[in-house]
Design a protein around this ligand. Structure first.
Ligand code: MN
Length: 244
């Protein structure tokens, strides 16, 4: 199983969660919301098998923490995965979308200068704006759009730009998410939970709950769960930044 977007450091007991992640053989990308959290999260989990740590600065924190972009940019050379980064255009965060855009652009450009990275990207209410930035900076790496909620047209544009997608149980609960997921190229889809923020039945999703996403993808693809898992693991193996 794969949880390609999980806030492992934000669970009530991250160590306990990480132990079960290892025991279940999960592949997990622990994204961080601030570069200040990256070193600590790495110290705790980076030595564990199949767990990788993303260096991030969440767009919803930009208003207070935009200055941390400089810390992030200095650490890019040490990180293989970048995230959670991106733009948030929902009502609560729209006021600072210009500041968010400057920060996102700066991160993408540093990644591009250093050969590109695998990027876990938030694009809520800002799919077109995120795609504009990715288009401006094609060397930034491989964008994995997490919980994509744009329009069908925006999805087609993302696919044409080479984006990947991580989809979770929460996204695959509704009709819109299912329709979008059904239109994504199967060889560019990964599963995620976005736990502990995303929930199922009023409880935070746990990394092993990606099984719910596998089930829903299976119905969508008309494939049995073991075949779905096989496809997802194959996808993960091909997810690399192309050498320029
Ligand atoms: Mn997230």
């Amino acid at each position: 199983m794969i949880d390609f977007h999980c806030h492992l450091d934000l669970y009530e007991n991250p160590t306990l969660v990480s132990q079960r992640v290892v025991a279940e053989g999960l592949y997990l990308l622990a994204v961080t919301t601030s570069p200040r959290a990256w070193a600590g999260t790495r110290a705790l989990f980076a030595s564990l098998p199949r767990i990788r740590i993303g260096l991030g600065l969440h767009p919803q924190l930009i208003a207070e923490r935009y200055a941390e972009v400089d810390i992030l940019c200095e650490l890019v050379s040490q990180a293989r995965y970048i995230g959670e980064i991106g733009l948030d255009g929902s009502a609560e965060h729209l006021a600072n979308i210009e500041l968010q855009t400057r920060v996102f652009r700066q991160i993408l450009s540093v990644c591009a200068k250093d050969g590109g990275r695998i990027l876990s990207i938030h694009s809520r209410g800002a799919a077109s704006a995120v795609l504009d930035e990715l288009e401006r900076c094609p060397g930034a790496g491989v964008p994995v759009l997490h919980w994509f909620s744009g329009s069908r047209k925006e999805l087609d544009r993302a696919i044409a730009l080479g984006c990947w997608f991580s989809v979770g149980p929460a996204m695959l609960r509704g009709e819109k998410g299912l329709t979008l997921a059904g239109a994504m190229p199967r060889n560019r889809v990964l599963t995620e939970t976005d736990g502990p923020f995303a929930q199922e039945r009023n409880k935070p999703l746990m990394p092993w709950d990606v099984v719910l996403a596998e089930d829903r993808l299976g119905k969508l693809w008309g494939r049995p769960p073991p075949k779905v898992r096989e496809q997802l693991l194959q996808n993960l193996q091909t997810l690399t930044v192309p050498q320029s």
